[in-house]
Ligand binder design. Structure first.
Ligand code: ADP
Ligand code: MG
Length: 311
C-alpha cells in the first residue's frame, strides 16, 4: 500500500469516526494516544480479531463487517460490566477497495456513535483481510467469571442459538440473520445488572462452553433447563435445534449469575435458565442439561479454533 493511500485512508477513518469521549487527551495522529481515565474507575482492556473466511465471509457486506468487528469487542466490555470508552483499529487490507472501505467505516462509525466510544488510533497494513480491534472501558464494579456462588440463578439475555441457526440456514429468518451479521452488544442490560450479577460472560462460543467457563472459574457447576432457554420459534422446528441452542456460537448475548433473592430485580429481557450447583466429580459434566426435567446427554462442543489439530 502506497504511503499516500495509507495516509488518505487514515484521514478518512479519522473524519468519519468522529465520536469524542471525555478523558481523551490526544486521539489519532501522533505516535500514541494519550488517555486520562476516570481516577475512580478501573480500566478494562480487551482485543478481538476477525479474519476473512473464519469469522466472516468475504462476500458479507462491508457495513456488516464494520459493525461486527466493533460489536464483538463492545460485547466483551458489557460482559465485564464496563462502559466502553476507547478503541484501536488494526486493519489489514489486501488492497484499497474504496467501496468496501466506505461500507466498513460506515458500519464501524455508526456503532461508535451509538455507544459514545472514541477511535483513538490503530494501524493500517497490507495483507490478507483481517481486522483487529482493541477496546478499553471503565468500571467501578467489574463482573468477573469467577464470582458465581452456590445456588445462584443462571440468567441469559435475548435469544440463544439464532446466530448458529442463521449460519446454517442463511435464507430462513431475517431476525436470526440480523443476530449473526449485526449482533448488538448488550450494554443496555449490562449497565442495569452490575449490582446484581455475581459472574458474567458473553455467549460467543456457545452456551454450554461459555457457562462452563463461569463454572470452572468459580469452582462450581450448573444445571440448566433447556425448555427455559429463550429461543426464536423458527429454531424450535429445526432438527438440529439443540445443537444451535447449546453449542452455537456468535450470539453475543450475556450469561450471568445472580443471588436467588435478586430475581425480582432483573431488568427486561433477562431469562432464568438454571442454577449453580456443587461441582461433579467428572470435569466434563460441569454444565448439566435437563429437558422438561429429564437429563439429556450431549457431546456438543462450542466453536473451537484449531479443531483439526493433530494430537
Ligand atoms: P506509526 O508509523 O507511528 O505507527 P502510523 O502511520 O501507523 O504511525 O499511524 C499514524 C496515526 O494514525 C497514529 O495515530 C495511528 O494510531 C493512526 N492510525 C493508523 N491506522 C489507523 C486505523 N486503521 N484506524 C485508526 N487510526 C489509525
Ligand atoms: Mg503504525
Amino acid at each position: 500500500m502506497s504511503f499516500i493511500a495509507e495516509f488518505d485512508l487514515i484521514e478518512q477513518i479519522k473524519r468519519q469516526c468522529d465520536t469524542t469521549t471525555a478523558g481523551t487527551v490526544l486521539g489519532i495522529g501522533d505516535d500514541a494516544a494519550i488517555l486520562q481515565p476516570n481516577p475512580d474507575c478501573q480500566l478494562t482492556v480487551s482485543t478481538d480479531t476477525l479474519v476473512a473466511g473464519v469469522h466472516f465471509k468475504e462476500t458479507d457486506q462491508a457495513i456488516h463487517i464494520g459493525h461486527k468487528a466493533l460489536a464483538v469487542n463492545l460485547s466483551d466490555m458489557a460482559a465485564m460490566g464496563a462502559t466502553p470508552k476507547w478503541v484501536l483499529l488494526n486493519l489489514t487490507l489486501p488492497d484499497i477497495n474504496r467501496k468496501w472501505i466506505n461500507g466498513f467505516i460506515k458500519g464501524f462509525a455508526a456503532l461508535l456513535a451509538k455507544y459514545q466510544v472514541q477511535l483513538i488510533g490503530g494501524d493500517t497494513t497490507q495483507g490478507p483481510l483481517s481486522i483487529a480491534v482493541t477496546v478499553m472501558g471503565e468500571t467501578s464494579n467489574a463482573i468477573r467469571r469467577d464470582g458465581a456462588n452456590l445456588h445462584d440463578l443462571v440468567v441469559v439475555t435475548g435469544e440463544i442459538g439464532s446466530a448458529a441457526f442463521a449460519l446454517h440456514n442463511p435464507r430462513r429468518s431475517k431476525a436470526c440473520n440480523q443476530q449473526l451479521k449485526q449482533p448488538e452488544p448488550r450494554l443496555d442490560v449490562a449497565k442495569n445488572i452490575t449490582h446484581l450479577a455475581t459472574a458474567m460472560i458473553d455467549v460467543s462460543d456457545g452456551l454450554m462452553v461459555d457457562l462452563g467457563h463461569i463454572c470452572r472459574a468459580s469452582n462450581l457447576a450448573a444445571v440448566i433447563e433447556l425448555s427455559q432457554v429463550p429461543i426464536n420459534s423458527i429454531i424450535q422446528k429445526d432438527k438440529n435445534w439443540m445443537a444451535y441452542v447449546l453449542a452455537g456460537g456468535d450470539d453475543y448475548q450475556l450469561c450471568f449469575t445472580i443471588n436467588a433473592e435478586a430475581e425480582d430485580e432483573l431488568p427486561e429481557d433477562c431469562h432464568i435458565i438454571g442454577q449453580i450447583i456443587e461441582p461433579p466429580n467428572k470435569e466434563s459434566d460441569v454444565v448439566m442439561v435437563l429437558h422438561h426435567h429429564q437429563p439429556i446427554t450431549t457431546n456438543f462442543k462450542g466453536y473451537q479454533h484449531f479443531d483439526d489439530e493433530k494430537r
